[in-house]
Write a protein that binds this ligand. Structure first.
Ligand code: NAP
Ligand code: GLV
Length: 327
């Protein structure tokens, strides 16, 4: 008996079956009008059917952290759409074939969330809201001095889709904002630095350092003990990029020595942050569980479906990863 070949499809893969189901339904609705020849399946269900049927002809994949055998089971794959802006979860996968185009989310509702998160922290630091909370706790009525706005320089490390939005939003509130990227950038009202030769100068001016670059071979541990020493005394670090950019031990030592004043962390080397990790109860660290900019289902599915339809027509899409630079 010859098996009937499966229709060309999009395969949805997430660590949790429930997430796969939500994405499968949303993608099936969005693609029905854009690329009707494509069926949309979930990896967990397709994995089951492999035991007794032909492998589904998945041409496109959408998801996060595919399991070990994912690429082996989907040999026809042309493109993998990350359900996030970051692609480190894909590029470190040992089975990712060089022929598969990796595409990331571009904003899709994340830039405004990232700006909210970073502005909230910068406002809290600059206006000393935590000191006022402490004063209330102690029944104290007193006006606190703030530094001159021009002296409170905010350094945004990574001037891509998210970093640019964060930098320009903060500049819009009148802060002095500087930026740092791999290649030279030019943004109105923002002094831009680039390349390893300008990193120390950028760090030396950053009273608040916001990390918003991808995790790559070049950025891994880039904020180490040396880099932290370059920051002005009393500086603050906000990490909303990836935990791997920051040397955790060096951060703790810098906070404990009094050189760094505080850290606001959303991302960690190991997530969830392990029980008993020193970050949990450190008095100078405030943390959130990787929520600075969450993937929004509707906007993401719209963006990905438009790109799948474009690829089906033979058109180019934006947001494709350059494998050799790692983002
Ligand atoms: P993007 O548009 O690709 O921008 C990346 C920026 O980082 C670019 O400006 C790039 O420089 C710069 N960069 C890369 N390598 C560098 C290096 N070695 N030295 C200096 N700068 C370097 O990415 P995006 O969409 O803004 O996202 C940035 C990252 O945010 C993601 O990769 C992800 O890890 C993280 N993220 C976190 C959350 C969260 O909830 N915490 C949510 C979404 C994203 P060029 O301008 O020269 O290319
Ligand atoms: C989240 O961290 C993302 O990369 O979108």
């Amino acid at each position: 008996m010859t098996a009937t070949p499966s229709p060309p499809s999009v395969i949805v893969v997430f660590p949790k079956a429930e997430t796969e189901n939500r994405w499968q339904q949303a993608l099936a609705r969005a693609l029905a009008g854009r690329a009707p020849r494509l069926a949309v399946r979930t990896f967990h269900a397709a994995g089951e059917s492999l035991r007794d049927g032909p492998a589904p002809e998945a041409l496109y994949a959408v998801g996060w952290e595919p399991p070990a055998k994912f690429f082996e089971r989907n040999p026809q794959l042309r493109a993998f759409f990350s359900a996030g802006a970051g692609v480190d979860h894909l590029l470190r996968h040992p089975g990712l074939p060089p022929s598969v185009t990796v595409v990331r989310l571009e904003d899709a509702g994340m830039a405004s969330q990232m700006a909210e998160y970073c502005c909230h922290e910068v406002f809290t630091l600059f206006r000393r809201y935590r000191d006022y909370e402490q004063q209330q706790h102690n029944g104290v009525w007193a006006e606190l001095r703030t530094v001159r706005r021009g002296d409170f320089v905010i350094g945004v490390f990574g001037l891509g889709v998210l970093g640019t939005h964060v930098a320009t939003t903060l500049a819009g509130f009148g802060y002095s904002v500087i930026g740092y990227s791999r290649s030279p950038r030019s943004l109105p009202g923002i002094e831009c630095y680039s390349g390893p030769g300008q990193l120390d100068t950028f760090l030396g001016r950053s009273r608040v350092l916001i990390l918003l670059a991808p995790l790559t071979a070049q950025t891994e541990n880039i904020i180490d003990a040396h880099a932290l020493k370059r920051l002005p005394a009393g500086a603050h670090v906000i990490n909303v990029a990836r935990g791997g950019l920051l040397d955790e031990q060096a951060l703790l030592e810098s906070l404990d020595s009094g050189h760094l004043a505080s850290a606001r962390l959303d991302v960690f080397r190991t997530e969830p942050l392990p029980v008993g990790h020193p970050f949990w109860f450190h008095p100078k660290i405030r943390l959130t569980p990787h929520v600075a900019a969450m993937t929004l289902l509707h906007q993401s599915v719209e963006q990905i479906s438009d790109k799948i339809a474009a690829l089906e027509r033979g058109d180019q899409v934006t947001g494709c990863i350059e494998r050799d630079r790692g983002y």
